[in-house]
Design a protein around this ligand. Sequence first.
Ligand code: HEC
Length: 166
Amino acid sequence: MTRPTHRAWLLALMLTMGSTVALAQLPFMRNMHTGPVVMPQVDTRAPVENTIAVDGDWLRDRLESQNIPNPVPNTPEARAEGAQMYDVYCAVCHGATGQGDGQIADHFTRMPSLALPYVQDYTDGWIYAIIREGGRSMPPFAHSMSVSERWSLVHYVKTFEVATTP
Ligand code: HEC
């Protein structure tokens, strides 16, 4: 049986060794305190060299986006690209010519026609934000198209006209 004095020595030895490992900052003892580490609540680490800053306004919704001018010139090429996007992403709901009569339109309580005057009166930025963020039932398309594809699509949406029965 270990005598109490032996136990005290053993405890003292363990404590000394343990704290030596934890506190020693000898050059050969690399631990988390000595790396290129910024301790919590102290500062942020400097960004990696050549990091590109992303700043500027963060436009969150239609109200904040409504006055952005369309940066893509309204050319036949842009409208053709927009038409391609529309056929892929929008026609299934809003219909091939934007009349609100796509194949799955009946599954929604309201499938707006994009040819109606009030939609055609929306600013480019407003339509752009709808495409990017979606709506109550409409899905967002922020990740499906590039920024310029979305702006081209806005030009194309602005070509819709209410169908007139002959
Ligand atoms: C899954 C069906 C669906 C798809 C796909 C879809 N939309 Fe919509 N969209 C809707 C619905 C439903 C609304 C009505 C508002 C709501 O409930 O979100 C709407 C509203 C809109 C509006 C506003 C109309 C209004 O009455 O104010 C625009 C503009 C629009 N969509 C354009 C597009 C474009 C452009 C695309 C293709 C990128 C697209 N939508 C894809 C379902 C869809």
